[in-house]
Write a new protein. Structure first.
Length: 567
């Protein structure tokens, strides 16, 4: 210490006071900057890589090349959307007079005919989990009765609030929640996950003083966690998988935990491979470090809750595991409710309180909202309530058995197909395939041309089918297996042949080191979903004097006149 003081005194001995002050202040600022730079959750390598790619895009030749490619890709996306609606024309302005009811319904039928996938015949992975005329009739009537209700006004619609409370209690019971378990109905799995992340961010800040929150999640955790991180200023620390089981690597998860970790995440099951993480061991880490644990059961929640009774016992994953503090599940999947219903559950009200948004100083009054939405569709609450009561416990056990039986049957057959392999050990309805011999996207492309709509995976490349009740119909599973076997046999004649078309683009996108470019591609695709041409064709006639009179549109309409019907 004395030697250090001697050197400092020698260095500053001949300096002017202003020089001493300037050097001291500059050194302090530099040290603060270095500390902030080094102490950020994102690695230095990752930050330098992002900065490098950002600077490269300022090079004129690179920028022109990227812009040219973007224009081509944007046109491709827009052309794809136009082929569905261009022949019908586009509605870009309100008609002078309203349409007749029957003309509106006819036009809806026309729009629903767009697209070529036979989802009602089981050709689609996931997306539509059941389509039953009796259920459809029930939810249509329930929705009609409750279409204008809103649980934001409990004094006006107390019955809707009662239904929501009953749904939460019924579902909490399914996941072994005690009398303290609570939750909310949301619009989908993404909102449920967002709310859990918001709750734990606020809990970590107010209870543990965490100002730079991070969440530790498996790399297979749903992308909604990344969306929550972007919304709420949370750093995501992704954890690799065990290469054999495709469950999260528990040792790597423990290494990722630090003093700023506000939550751990496990999937039951995960979306890419249908594999369930070891929730009991993750919960052990949660207890050890006193961190909340969220179990994402959005995809398979209404399967895993009934699998033991259906003859497929699973390891513990719910509130029966000490350390599990929240669960998200989607009745609009295997609960067969209409789209727009999910549930976030907490082990205790202490966590749900941090989910709420409360404003106390607004001139409009004291405002409190349990979810992201203010006004909510009471009809979604009512149809969820009705579907749960309609199926009952035994009804869900029956559908669970049919779906899992079919998934196990497909899995067993695919494991015997030479040239492909199954990722991990699926537990519910998702079977993911890969290949070490050929580009798996060739199989995906062939199946697509045959009419199958499957889900593609990346890092590593793969594809999966999410089995629904539609696939349990006679012959559907066998047709799927037969088509896979036929195409794999054909591909194996020339396994080294590269994939072509759109699947080639998807495969190449994995090799682009600047992921911001892939993000821009994605934004262009999302833009195309809202696309209407600047000079659209006239709207086709659907019959009816009212529609004949007012169905034409202004071909000179500018882009600013576009009124998007799905916004």
């Amino acid at each position: 210490m004395d030697l250090f003081k001697t050197h400092v005194n020698a260095f500053f001995g001949k300096k002017e006071p202003w020089q001493v002050a300037t050097i001291t202040a500059s050194s302090t600022l530099l040290l603060v900057w270095l500390y902030q730079f080094v102490s950020q959750e994102q690695s230095i390598t990752e930050r330098l890589k992002k900065k490098f790619f950002k600077l490269v895009r300022y090079v004129p030749s690179v920028r022109r090349k990227i812009e040219s490619e973007f224009e081509n890709i944007q046109k491709t996306f827009e052309d794809d959307m136009m082929k569905y609606g261009d022949e019908m024309g586009y509605i870009v302005k309100l008609p002078e007079d309203g349409w007749h009811r029957k003309d509106i319904l006819k036009k809806i039928d026309d729009y629903l005919e767009l697209g070529h996938y036979k989802w009602d015949e089981g050709f689609v992975s996931g997306a539509v989990y059941n389509f039953d005329s009796k259920i459809n009739e029930l939810v249509t009537k329930v929705y009609g009765k409750t279409a204008y209700t809103n649980p934001l006004h409990p004094d006006i619609f107390p019955g809707i609030c009662k239904m929501e409370a009953e749904v939460i209690r019924m579902v909490a019971h399914l996941f072994n929640g005690n009398s303290n378990a609570c939750g909310s109905i949301t619009t989908g799995g993404t909102e449920s996950i967002l709310l859990a992340c918001k709750a734990y961010r606020d809990y970590g800040r107010e209870v543990n003083g965490i100002e730079k929150p991070n969440m530790v999640i498996p790399v297979t955790a749903h992308s909604a966690f990344d969306k929550a991180a972007q919304y709420f200023g949370i750093t995501v620390k992704t954890v690799k998988l065990d290469p054999k089981t495709y469950q999260v690597d528990l040792k790597a998860m423990e290494r990722a935990i630090n003093k700023n970790t506000i939550m751990l995440v496990g999937s039951a099951p995960n979306y890419p491979y249908g594999v369930m993480d070891d929730i009991e061991k993750i919960a052990k880490l949660a207890r050890k470090y006193r961190i909340p644990l969220h179990v994402d059961a959005c995809l398979g929640g209404f399967l895993v809750a009934f699998m033991k009774r259906a003859g497929y016992p699973l390891p513990k994953f719910d509130f029966s595991v000490k350390g599990v503090t929240s669960i998200s599940c989607d009745p609009h999947k295997y609960g067969f409710t209409p789209k727009g219903s999910s549930i976030i559950l907490y082990a205790d009200k202490e966590y749900r309180h941090h989910q709420y948004t409360v404003t106390v100083n607004w001139p409009g009054g004291i405002y409190g909202s349990p979810t992201i939405s203010g006004s909510r569709a009471g009809a979604n609450v009512a149809t969820t309530w009705a579907c749960l009561l309609y199926h009952g416990f035994d009804g869900y056990v029956e559908t669970t058995k049919a779906i899992v039986d079919t998934a196990k049957y497909i899995e067993s057959k695919l494991r015997n197909v030479d040239g492909i392999f199954i990722y991990g050990t699926p537990v519910t309805s998702v079977i993911a395939m890969g290949s070490k011999v050929f580009d798996i996207f060739r199989l995906s492309d062939s199946m697509n041309q045959k009419g199958w709509n499957l889900n593609t995976l990346q890092y590593p490349s793969g594809m999966h089918i999410c089995v629904t009740l539609m696939h349990t119909k006679d012959g559907v599973a066998d047709n799927f297996i037969k088509d896979v076997e036929t195409f794999v046999k054909e591909i194996m004649k020339d396994p080294g042949k590269p994939v072509e078309g759109k699947m080639a683009i998807y495969g190449v996108s994995q090799t682009i080191p600047d992921r911001s470019i892939v993000g821009d591609f994605t934004r262009l695709f999302l833009d195309s979903l809202y696309f209407t041409p600047k000079k659209p064709k006239k709207l086709s006639k659907s019959g009816g004097s009212k529609l004949e009179k007012f169905s034409s549109i202004d071909n000179q309409a500018e882009s600013t006149d576009v009124t998007l019907m799905n916004e």
